[in-house]
Structure formats: C-alpha cells, structure tokens
Write a new protein. Sequence first.
Length: 66
Amino acid sequence: MKEKLGIEVEGKTVEEAIQSALKTLKVNRGKVKIEILAEEEKGLFGMAGAKPAKVRVSMKQDKEKS
C-alpha cells in the first residue's frame, strides 16, 4: 500500500493555510495537490476569525519514474 504524504492545515484565509502547508512540507505549489476543506467565515461585522479556512495538501504522485 502506498503512503500518501500530506497534511491538513488551518489559517485565517485559504491562501494563508496553503502557504503554511507549503512551508511545512518544504515544497513549491507545483508539486502538491490542494483540496479546500472549508473556507474561512467572517465573524460579527465582517471581522475575520469566526471560522478558519482548512485545506489538505498532499504530494502529487509521479506517473513516470526515471
């Protein structure tokens, strides 16, 4: 069974969560698959932080091996 390398990360925005995951995995955006699990929700009077964004970032599988 193949093990998938991936993580789920929360952030104030989707982009912030993605950047955090990329930094943690130490890869660039082209090498990962990004799934948005939940977008951020604004709080009372449009203030940020009522509910954080959540993404799952996993490594793309290599189709061809050298």
